[in-house]
Structure formats: structure tokens, C-alpha cells
Design a protein. Structure first.
Length: 135
């Protein structure tokens, strides 16, 4: 987090650029605790809490990706918030969680589903179909 803060400080000071959106690929892989005994799930949850604090303090919209658990990977249809990998507190921490999924037939047709599983200050629990070009 200190490196991320320093990076944004540098953007603001040297480049005179104040971001209002940051897309972070991929929060689950950010540096965790320094001991081998560290509980991975707890550390992942801490990362998301720190990122939310960073975004709120800087008034930046922050987006990142995460993966699904084994049940989500095996799902043949819609995935939802119960399919989040590692620490469920990621869902409890974020303001909005959007799941992207597609069956094999949908993928072959170039469509996917977006399911808004959590929206802190808006409607949630709805789904939309999107068309996309995978090439």
C-alpha cells in the first residue's frame, strides 16, 4: 500500500494528474504478510480493506478483479457472491461486486452475463447480458 500511495503521490506532484479511477490488476496478488505462517485468507481480506480505505481517502473509484472458488469454476450458469475465492470479506468490503460469467455456448456466441451481486447504495441482485468479441 505504501508503494501505491507513493505512486499516486508522484502522479499528483510530478505529472499534475489526479486520477479519479484506478484499475488494479490484481488485488489478490498484492504483497501479503512477511511470515510463512500468515493466514492467506486473512491477508487477502486486509488488502481489500486497505484498498477501500485508500480509495475513500483519495476519492478514487477503484476496480479490481478476483477469481471464483471451485464451485464457481464448476458452475454451468450464473455465478454469484457465494462463489468468491478466498476471503468472503472481499464482498463485504467492496461497494459494488459484479460477476462476469458465461456458459460455453454463450462464450462461443460472444455473449456473457454481468450479475450485480452487491451494490452498497444502489439496486443489486440483477443480471444483464452483454455481447463481446473475444478475439
Amino acid at each position: 500500500m505504501s508503494e501505491l500511495n507513493a505512486f499516486v503521490d508522484n502522479l499528483e506532484a510530478a505529472e499534475e494528474f489526479v486520477p479519479d479511477l484506478m484499475i488494479l490488476d490484481y488485488a489478490d496478488l498484492m504483497k501479503m504478510g512477511s511470515t510463512k505462517d500468515t493466514d492467506h485468507r486473512i491477508e487477502v481480506g486486509k488488502i481489500y480493506k486497505e484498498l477501500r480505505g485508500f480509495a475513500v481517502a483519495r476519492n478514487i473509484m477503484l476496480a479490481t478483479a478476483s477469481q471464483v472458488n471451485r464451485a464457481g469454476a464448476a458452475a454451468q450458469g450464473k455465478i454469484d457472491i457465494t462463489h468468491i475465492s478466498e476471503d468472503f470479506s472481499k464482498i463485504q468490503t467492496c461497494d459494488t461486486a459484479i460477476m462476469v460469467s458465461a456458459t460455453e455456448a454463450q462464450r462461443n456466441a460472444g455473449i456473457a452475463r454481468l450479475f450485480v451481486g452487491v451494490a452498497r447504495n444502489a439496486e443489486d441482485k440483477f443480471e444483464v447480458l452483454i455481447e463481446q468479441d473475444y478475439l
